[in-house]
Design a protein around this ligand. Sequence first.
Ligand code: FAD
Length: 486
Amino acid sequence: MDADVVIVGAGPTGLLLAGDLAEAGVTVTVLERRTEESNVTRAFAVHARTMEELDIRGVAGELARTGTPIRELNLFDRVRIDLSTLPSDFASLLITPQYQTERVLQQRADALGVRIVRGAEVTGLTQDGSGDGGVDVTVCTAQGPVATYRASYVIGADGVNSAVRRALGLPFPGRSVIKSIMLADVRLSEPPADVLAVNAVGDAFAFVAPFGDGWYRIFAWNRRHQVDDKAPVDLEEIREVTRRALGTDFGMHDPRWLSRFHSDERQVPRYRVGRVFLAGDAAHCHSPAGGQGMNTGMQDAANLGWKLAAAVHGWGGESLLDSYHQERYPVGRQVLHSSGAILRLALIRPGWGRKARNIVGQILMAIPPVAAAAAGTISGIGIRYPAPPGADRRVGTRMPNIPVTGGRLHDALRGGRFVLVGSRAPTVDLPAQVDAAVPVRPTGELLLVRPDGYLAWAGTAAEFPAWANRYFAGSSRPVEHPSTTE
Ligand SMILES: Cc1cc2nc3c(=O)[nH]c(=O)nc-3n(C[C@H](O)[C@H](O)[C@H](O)COP(=O)(O)OP(=O)(O)OC[C@H]3O[C@@H](n4cnc5c(N)ncnc54)[C@H](O)[C@@H]3O)c2cc1C
């Protein structure tokens, strides 16, 4: 074996996963087609749940220093989603360029000893499930010769045109939802008063958000001028569309990046085929509305990392590996629906339709449970995984960052281990995978928190040993799967 795990793609998904695996003592090689690190600002919004995951890894503070937090989203005309009431240490949306997120994750991966091979384009793979089984990944380097890497598990984190997904023969069903969206990163001589400005009027849609360093991201869409992605982008057209949608072009000038893209809604039907897993854009893609793509990919990685590490270390069985698809596929589905809904609402054409949308939106956001649900959905704070039959109903929910002796729960989770929280935790025999933390305000019950911050189990000290024996014994039987090749 060249490594326990090979990850294809050093985007945000692949980098977070690589760091998690290395931290768990798993040898990992990342194969990346690009020869240089990315300086592209595709994603610019990091949501609260992603910040919590980064906090568990000790890098949230560093990323927060690169951007601007937004505490309220102003959608359409005065439909406000208040993020400041989220039950999180990160009750906001962080606006920062994707390259900053990648830089922070790359530094973490480097510090943990991840091997990243650049200029390595994956063109196919073959997997065998018998005996000790493994996956052979075929690589075409920039110099030409073909190399093969063998690993126990392979992750396709290689983006929307995933070669790994193709090699698995998986379809990517869905459709194109919006074409010819213009994008510009510019300076503004008259920036908007609201941190975030977004509106659509008639055939024009525009969105403006600050990066916090003097640069602004503009999206503009012109229903009257729909052209191919490769058609040149003219800043004058972006100015004109922004004026129609928002009443002003904010004096935009000096673009550092102009681009045009289209947006699809697609999701792969299976996130796992034998020893190969798909994560991030390779598994799902959707409209940029709601700023969910990168966030969902990083949270896929947070869900998968500790499960793969468990399999490599011999205690995580087939059902734990399968739970990656069972937990993350529905989240991807939900993101497709929510980002699609925001986009369709934004682009409603008739004036009466937009008025109705705005009035209904304002009424709904005035109802506290509806407003809380909207903030929970968009921020990822509301994500929960299904509890197994017979389990405490809280199993699968996100564990808040409660104060524990010596710090906070997120500090205790650093290192990628389970944490047993409870007043009597130290008196229980702990499995090798588990650390203990004593809450500042003990409740008398035990809560076992997974490395990704979700609740694995809740119960009494008397119940814990039998449950833990079953859970951490797992099964190390080999993965059986037919060969896959391209
Ligand atoms: C204009 C725009 C704005 C966006 N805004 C947001 C936002 O605000 N918030 C948000 O959450 N998301 C946003 N997104 C989506 C976000 O950019 C993606 O969801 C995110 O980059 C996905 O990360 P990833 O790591 O899964 O894939 P990618 O970032 O695409 O990374 C995949 C990596 O794999 C490499 N690769 C590809 N093929 C191969 C191969 N065959 N062999 C080896 N390496 C390969 C690529 O070079 C790349 O480095 C936006 C997208 C766009 C286009």
